[in-house]
Design a protein around this ligand. Structure first.
Ligand code: FE
Ligand code: MN
Length: 330
């Protein structure tokens, strides 16, 4: 059992029960990178130039730095302070330690961006309080985890396990699986136009890590569900659908407000369709009926974000997969 297994010795990793956790760990290690490996000189020149970027583009860059800079810490803290205590299985814990390290790398990425562009940290790191559509996303996820952060919380009863699943869904499916994706689409669209290519590449590395985090989270959720089928009631499933619909609304509001006039090839309507498409994929991944039935409006992005193609994508297209600090495409 992945939770409530008093027979588990958290220090005895062999023999393993959940080989998928081991595989995610190895895949994470193979993706190793650090932000300093990516040169930022061209980005710095574009940022300082008065003509390279429009006001709208500057705004969406700042908002995405603001959102991600604190979201990465929220995610890291949730692993260490909420999830880790309740999942005692050693190979899952080994993966969570790796994930926590990757979140530290992501946090470092935004320090590197702030330093490179000489941004005011008081502006960037307070956006999760000062910008309503960022605050609403973070507050929504934090609310979902509050039961698990109570020091007396256990996973003994059906209701406790459902609360634990709310935490896992809040962070892995909603935060890392939905709330990151309008931002990914915006930053990768800029990169595609030759704008802020360094930050764009950092976002590609982050997205590659996040797709593994999401895969691990979904595997944990599906394992809890398989081992405790009584928690996966019809009403629980429809609660999850409602949570996802709320999350989609928050992400749509974020997309509209951070990028009101669109950028080349992308506008707020398409971002909303994209978020709905992504949300359905996440629901399918945890075995809940999809809601939106949208097609992907950004097919060029699907190779990087489409979870079922992730393996194919990374194995066939990234030729320098095992080598830190370089992403090369066939
Ligand atoms: Fe992250
Ligand atoms: Mn993550």
């Amino acid at each position: 059992m992945i939770i409530n297994n008093s027979a588990t010795d958290p220090n005895k990793i062999l023999p393993m029960t959940y080989m998928w956790a081991r595989q995610h760990y190895k895949d994470g290690v193979a993706n190793n990178w650090t932000p300093e490996e990516i040169p930022m000189q061209d980005d710095i020149e574009q940022w300082k130039s008065s003509t390279a970027l429009s006001e709208g583009e500057r705004k969406l860059i700042l908002w995405n730095l603001g959102f991600f800079s604190t979201a990465e810490s929220l995610t890291a803290n949730n692993i260490v302070l909420a999830v880790y205590k309740h999942i005692t299985n050693p190979e899952c814990r080994q993966y969570m330690l790796r994930q926590a390290f990757e979140e530290a790398i992501h946090t470092d990425t935004f320090i590197y961006c702030c330093d490179s562009f000489g941004l005011n940290p008081e502006e960037i790191y307070t956006m999760y309080n000062t910008i309503p559509s960022i605050k609403e996303k973070d507050d929504f996820v934090v609310e979902l985890t509050k039961h698990v952060l109570d020091p007396t919380f256990t996973t003994n009863t059906l209701e406790d396990i459902q609360n634990f699943l709310h935490n896992m869904i809040g962070y892995y499916v909603i935060m890392e699986g939905i709330f990151f994706y309008a931002g990914f689409a915006m930053m990768l669209s800029l990169k595609r136009q030759g704008k802020m290519v360094g930050i764009g590449e950092q976002f590609e590395y982050i997205m590659r890590d996040e797709s593994l985090h999401l895969a691990f989270g979904a595997d944990v959720i599906n394992t809890i569900k398989a081992e405790n089928p009584e928690v996966w009631t019809q009403s629980f499933q429809s609660d999850i659908q409602k949570l996802i619909m709320k999350a989609v609304q928050f992400e749509e509001a974020y997309a509209r407000e951070s990028c009101p006039d669109g950028i080349v090839g992308m506008n707020a309507e398409l971002f909303c369709e994209y978020v709905q498409y992504i949300a359905d994929r996440r629901l399918e991944r945890i075995g809940i009926e999809k809601i939106y039935h949208k097609t992907n409006p950004f097919p060029w992005l699907s190779t990087t974000t489409d979870l079922s193609k992730e393996k194919n994508f990374f194995e066939t297209r990234v030729t320098e997969y095992q080598q830190a600090g370089s992403l090369e495409w066939d």
